[in-house]
Design a protein around this ligand. Structure first.
Ligand code: PLP
Length: 136
């Protein structure tokens, strides 16, 4: 990965955390290594964490953006309640970005980043968090 990042013009790495289809729940050490390499080579990480609520108990899901403050600054996290709560029909998801520069680029590309279902997403995420807090 280090070689690939160093020798390419890549600006974005797409990470699937936990991974689908292999089912791998990445540990903190691995996420840290990936994050440090991307920081070093100025690569933003889009972390697809749609499967975060589906892990067996012995495997702990770690959000990529929680690994360190520095790494959080290069992360775009994508989540949705569609998989764990079987709500694909709602067509609702959320993108979480800490870095203001990345957020600004989102605003200048409005046609690509639809917020059509924003308020619906807030409500359904709030509901799913309530369900999780009761069932865990
Ligand atoms: C890792 C991952 N991200 C995103 C999606 C897309 O989800 P949706 O079908 O809710 O658009 C899938 C679908 O299987 C997936 O496996």
């Amino acid at each position: 990965m280090e070689q690939k990042l160093a020798n390419s013009k890549a600006k974005l790495l797409i990470l699937c955390n936990p991974h689908n289809p292999i089912g791998k729940v990445w540990d903190k050490e691995t996420l840290e290594k990936i994050g440090e390499l991307c920081l070093k080579h100025n690569v933003t990480i889009l972390s697809d964490e749609i499967h975060c609520d589906i892990t067996y108990k012995k495997n702990k899901y770690i959000p990529m953006a929680s690994v360190s403050d520095k790494i959080a600054n290069i992360i775009i996290t994508c989540v949705s309640m569609s998989k764990a709560f079987n709500l694909t029909g709602l067509q609702s998801s959320a993108i979480i970005i800490k870095n203001e520069e990345i957020k600004k680029s989102r605003k200048s590309n409005k046609h690509r980043w639809s917020s059509r279902t924003k308020y619906f997403s807030y409500t359904s995420f709030w509901s799913c968090n309530k369900i999780k807090s009761v069932t865990r």
